[in-house]
Design a protein around this ligand. Sequence first.
Ligand code: FES
Length: 105
Amino acid sequence: MWVKAIRAELAENEFQTVELNGQRVLIGRGSKGYFAVVDRCSHQGLPLSEANGVPARIQRDLLECPHHGARFDPYTGQAKGLPAIRPIKALKVKEEDGYIWVALE
Ligand code: FES
């Protein structure tokens, strides 16, 4: 099910979080375009988006969790840096009518 999420106005390496159908989703933009992941780190289940006011970082198309520094490919969800070894949940995105849409299962 495609859900209209945010306006397509993010600059590269910016992100935003939204609640979609009761699920917190982090939508960001890297050099390959927009991505969306469930806002939950696979390391300790904490929010990827922030840790005590410190936001996640997007750098070289990797999303870095602000809690303990795990890195993920946000387009596939694959873990790319310790301490995480399991993937996060990547969601399909599309841009249409000036909005980013996210596919929820
Ligand atoms: S909770 Fe994300 S790195 Fe530990």
